[in-house]
Design a protein around this ligand. Structure first.
Ligand SMILES: Nc1ncnc2c1ncn2[C@@H]1O[C@H](COP(=O)(O)OP(=O)(O)OP(=O)(O)O)[C@@H](O)[C@H]1O
Length: 475
């Protein structure tokens, strides 16, 4: 019997209704219209790009299950997105991942590559009382405790200017970028601290991109997106940390884009941090990147020896620790490109020397630091993984980007995708884009192909394990 699109979609809706809250159903699913049904492909019309992205990002599992139950295992879903009320766009075709794929969990928060079971602290409350918003600032991150050097002079000067006149300087947004542990969060929060001191009534909020993403997801789930937007639009100084984590998260980017525009137009201050320059921020929409360029992008580089010494002396003094200059010099020569590691080394040295009843001499420091560095893990990135995999196969990394089906290139690409999915917290979309400009379903397919082959092919499994070790080697 031939079924028409309306009856198929109505069957899907009945299934969906059982799984979501009535309000969620009313907002996201009720406005959808069925357009056509042919050869197991159901085309539905959604009211906007935004709705389409929210459906894809938050309800894809529910949709997939409903469509497959109503139509069968080969079911496919296509969206037709209405751009303006009277101009339906060509259907935007989205093919559901095949049946035996690993489940995609777009809403899981990953910390160091693993799902985070502890919910991050959530400053988002449905409370419009401006005075009750906790700015989420660390009181020890002040401008006074931020040591200036040639590595961070521009960023610090901009920070000082903004703290005196938030939203009123040319540095809006201020984008602070640079490597890990170089003081981006410290400086960004210090602006917030100083603004709070200078203007106690201003609403300041520090939030990491991960927390922002989680709040957004929750707001969509609970149908509180308007409250979410309203909350963010009340803020005078918004500090969003780690914006590179927006990569590939289209719906979150869209939402942030609206918040950004609203705040900027109202003369509110935006402070952003990123681990890379705007030019290297792949996976972010151009319209967002172009707004980041409106203000100032200030790089923080690794501090030179003199600045490291000043930071180390300052920390020792603040914590009441007595390090000799000779010892501090040794530590600062040894730990050269990360202030967090420098602080970690100082604390660790002090603890170990105390527990072992040893004086902190240069010899003792040499011994302890030598052991510490050996135990440090390399932080894995998608780029690093691609490099290691290509070295292993004696292949130039550019090969992974080529449109070729050569067996060794396909395998290298799949392995790079598998390791990136397993060891980084990059999104599937970001991984796909970086490795051969593929989409998220290809990444999922690659992960499954590698896992399956490891189960059946011992030599392949050994190769994967060897590569795993190489990923964590420093050189
Ligand atoms: N110039 C500086 N003066 C004083 N302390 C600093 C300075 N730079 C970094 N630090 C200290 O180093 C530590 C790491 O800094 P922070 O967390 O701000 O780095 P980050 O660049 O945000 O790192 P990540 O990208 O890994 O989040 C903090 O304890 C911070 O106080």
């Amino acid at each position: 019997m031939k079924r028409d699109c309306k009856s198929v979609w109505s069957e899907c809706l009945d299934l969906i209704k059982e799984q979501v809250l009535p309000r969620t159903f009313k907002t996201w699913f009720a406005p959808i219209r069925a357009l056509s049904f042919k050869d197991d492909v159901l085309t539905i019309q959604v009211p906007s790009q935004y709705v389409y992205e929210c459906l894809e990002e938050h309800f894809v599992d529910i949709l997939r299950k409903a469509v497959r139950t109503a139509i069968g295992p080969n079911a496919k879903l296509e969206y037709s997105v209405i751009v303006e009320e009277s101009h339906p766009r060509d259907p935007l075709s989205v093919t559901m991942p095949s049946n035996n794929m690993k489940k995609v969990e777009p809403n899981t928060v990953y910390v160091n590559g693993k799902p985070d079971s502890v919910a991050p602290k959530n400053p988002f409350e449905r409370n419009n009382n401006r005075l009750q918003i906790d700015p989420q600032l660390n009181p020890s991150y002040t401008l006074d405790s931020y040591i200036e050097g040639s590595c961070n002079r521009l960023a610090k000067s901009a920070a000082v200017a903004i703290a005196q006149n938030p939203g009123g300087t040319a540095f809006n947004p201020l984008l602070i970028y640079g490597g890990s542990g170089l003081g981006k969060t410290h400086l960004a929060q210090a602006i917030g601290m100083e603004v709070k001191q200078n203007y106690p009534n201003k609403v300041v909020l520090y939030v990491t991109t991960n927390v922002f993403q989680t709040q957004f997801t929750e707001a969509v789930r609970k149908n509180e997106i308007n409250d979410f937007l309203h909350f963010y639009q009340l803020i005078d100084v918004l500090i969003l940390d780690d914006i590179h984590e927006l990569a590939g998260k289209t719906a979150t980017q869209n939402t942030f884009f609206h918040i950004f525009n609203h705040l900027h137009q109202s003369g509110k201050q935006l402070i952003l941090t990123s681990d890379r320059s705007p030019a290297e921020l792949s996976g972010l929409e151009e319209r967002l990147l172009s707004r980041f360029r409106w203000g100032l992008s200030a790089e923080i580089k690794a501090p030179d020896f003199e600045t490291r010494m000043e930071i180390a002396r300052f920390k020792a003094h603040k914590d009441g620790i007595d390090f000799s200059d000779e010892v501090l010099e040794y530590i600062c020569k040894y730990v050269s490109n990360n202030v967090r590691e420098l602080e970690g080394a100082m604390i660790s040295l002090l603890a170990q020397a105390t527990f072992n009843h040893k004086d902190l001499t240069v010899d003792v420091v040499k011994d302890i630091l030598g052991k510490m560095v050996k135990n440090q893990k390399v932080e894995l990135t998608v780029e690093h993984i691609q490099q290691v995999v290509c070295n292993h196969f004696n292949m130039a990394p550019e090969m992974l980007q080529e449109k070729t089906r050569k067996r060794e290139v396909v395998q290298a690409r799949q392995l790079a995708m598998y390791f990136s999915k397993t060891y980084t917290n990059a999104s599937l979309a970001y991984i796909g884009k970086q490795i051969g400009k593929k989409d998220h379903t290809t990444v999922l397919y690659a992960c499954k192909a590698v896992t399956d082959l490891m189960e059946t092919d011992r030599a392949f499994k050994a190769q994967v394990e060897e590569l795993q070790k190489k990923l964590y080697c420093r050189n």
